[in-house]
Each structure stands twice: as C-alpha cells, then as structure tokens.
Write a protein that binds this ligand. Structure first.
Ligand SMILES: Nc1ncnc2c1ncn2[C@@H]1O[C@H](COP(=O)(O)OP(=O)(O)OP(=O)(O)O)[C@@H](O)[C@H]1O
Ligand SMILES: [Mg+2]
Length: 242
C-alpha cells in the first residue's frame, strides 16, 4: 500500500499540493492525471522520500517515509523502482551498464550475478540483444524499456513509480510500454503509481485514477467512477481525449 495523508508541499510561497489524500492498495496501479505543473511529479518525489512535505505523511506499507533513517531509506529504495520523466539514462554507459549500475549501487551482488540479472531484466523487456548498445543508438521506445528494466532491477520491486512513461512515443510503442508495465505489475505484484497526460494509456495501465487540480485531488476512483464525475474539468479532460 502507498498512502498520502493530508500531504502539503510548498516551494517557497507556492503551495503545490494542499493537504491531499491518496491511497494505492497493494498490487494495484494508481494513475495520476492533471495539467502540466499541477504537482504530479511532486507526488512521486514525496513517495521516493527525496522531498519532504510541509505537513502530512506518506506511508508505504508499514513505513512512514519521512521518518526513515538514512539506512532505512536506503533499504526502502532497494524495493522501489522509478522511471523518470524522459527515461533519464546515462548516455556514456551501455544499456547493460545502465541496468547494472543500479545493482552496483544498491546491492552487494558479485559481478557474475549482476551480469546474470541484467540479462534476465533485458530479456524481460525484450532488449537482450541491445546489451552492448549505447542509449543514443536506441529508439525512444527502447530507451523507455531500458529505464523500466533498470527500475525493476531490485530483487523484489514492491513499489514502481512511472513519470510519464509514454510521452513522446507513437501509439504502437506507447501500447507496448503499457503492456510491459502491466506485466511488471503481474509478475511482482508491485504497488504502482503512474503519472500521465494520456487517458488512453491511463486506462490501459490503471486500476484507479486520481485527478489533481489547483493543488487538490478533485476526483479519485475507478474508471467508471471517474467517468461519472460531474466535475466540469474532468468531463472536459475526458471529452478532449475521445
Ligand atoms: N524544485 C522546485 N523549486 C521550485 N518550484 C518547483 C520545483 N519543482 C517543481 N516546482 C513547481 O511546482 C509545480 C508542480 O511541479 P511538478 O513538477 O510536480 O508538476 P507536474 O504536474 O509534474 O508537471 P508536468 O506535467 O509538466 O511534468 C510547478 O509549478 C513547478 O514549477
Ligand atoms: Mg512532471
């Protein structure tokens, strides 16, 4: 489970999240929708523990993220995969090294074990043959796959966070990335948060949906509940997409 309780975040004077509540049950995927600048990435940062709310708290299973010691935070992040906006690969490393890097940083696995795991992960995302390629030689969709392989490098990724994983991809590639995200969820029974602008992709990967506007949650629920919302912003958002 991931739960935000009355979380308020401000950058200086600007209140970006104003006492928001959010709950993602274990093994489910919550999609966060909202306009650019509405605070979606900020929510992910709070869950990662890289940003501390002014008030409120963030829970991940039995852990309160803001209260973890450095060592506990490290252990928490070992079970967390994050796919950053734009993928954010290291351009000077091969695909294999990009995935291995996380394992070098976060585990004490031997080089042989790291290599074995990197191959397994790249196979999972369908990129085994790209092991020695550089990120610059890959397509956008392939780079996203590498970012997902890297995010699930943990032995047992309990939490997966995706920040706009399909932005900038063509519809076919977007769909294949969504399928991959669903496969990750099934395989690891992970608890997931996906930020996206795209309603089609949201419906593909989401079990639950939350709309953020003016620093507040304006609606949350299943697809059916969202579609029946009488909020004019949500109605417009949904009608623009169809
Ligand atoms: N480090 C920061 N310092 C100051 N303001 C920030 C910082 N990070 C984000 N903001 C501001 O907080 C607001 C929310 O940012 P956030 O990145 O969470 O939005 P977002 O919903 O992810 O937007 P997008 O869809 O464009 O990625 C924006 O107005 C942004 O300018
Ligand atoms: Mg963002």
């Amino acid at each position: 489970m991931i739960r935000l309780e009355k979380v308020t975040v401000a950058y200086g004077e600007q209140v970006v999240l104003d006492g928001i509540d959010l709950e993602v049950p274990t093994g489910k995927t919550m999609v966060i929708l909202g306009e650019s600048g509405s605070g979606k990435t900020t929510i992910l940062k709070c869950v990662l523990g890289t940003l501390h709310p002014v008030s409120g708290r963030v829970l991940a299973n039995d852990l309160e993220v803001g209260k973890l010691t450095d060592e506990e935070l490290l252990r928490f992040r070992q079970r967390m995969g994050m796919v950053f906006q734009e993928g954010a690969l290291f351009d000077s490393m091969t695909v294999g090294e990009n995935v291995a890097f996380w394992l070098w940083e976060h585990t004490t696995l031997s080089d042989d074990k790291v290599e074995e795991r990197v191959r397994m992960l790249l196979q999972f995302v369908g990129l085994e043959s790209s092991l020695d390629q550089m990120p610059s030689d890959l397509s956008g969709g392939m780079r996203r796959r590498v970012a997902i392989a890297r995010a699930m490098a943990a032995e047992d990724p309990a939490f997966m966070l995706y920040d706009e994983p399909t932005t900038g991809l063509d519809p076919f590639t977007s769909k294949s990335i969504c399928d991959l995200m669903r496969r990750v969820q099934r395989e690891f029974k992970s608890t997931n948060i996906v930020v996206t602008h795209d309603l089609t992709d949201a419906y593909r990967v989401g079990d639950l949906f939350t709309f953020i506007k003016d620093a507040k949650v304006i609606a949350t629920g299943t697809r059916q509940e969202i579609e029946h919302s009488s909020d004019p912003f949500i109605q417009t958002f949904i009608s623009l997409d169809s």
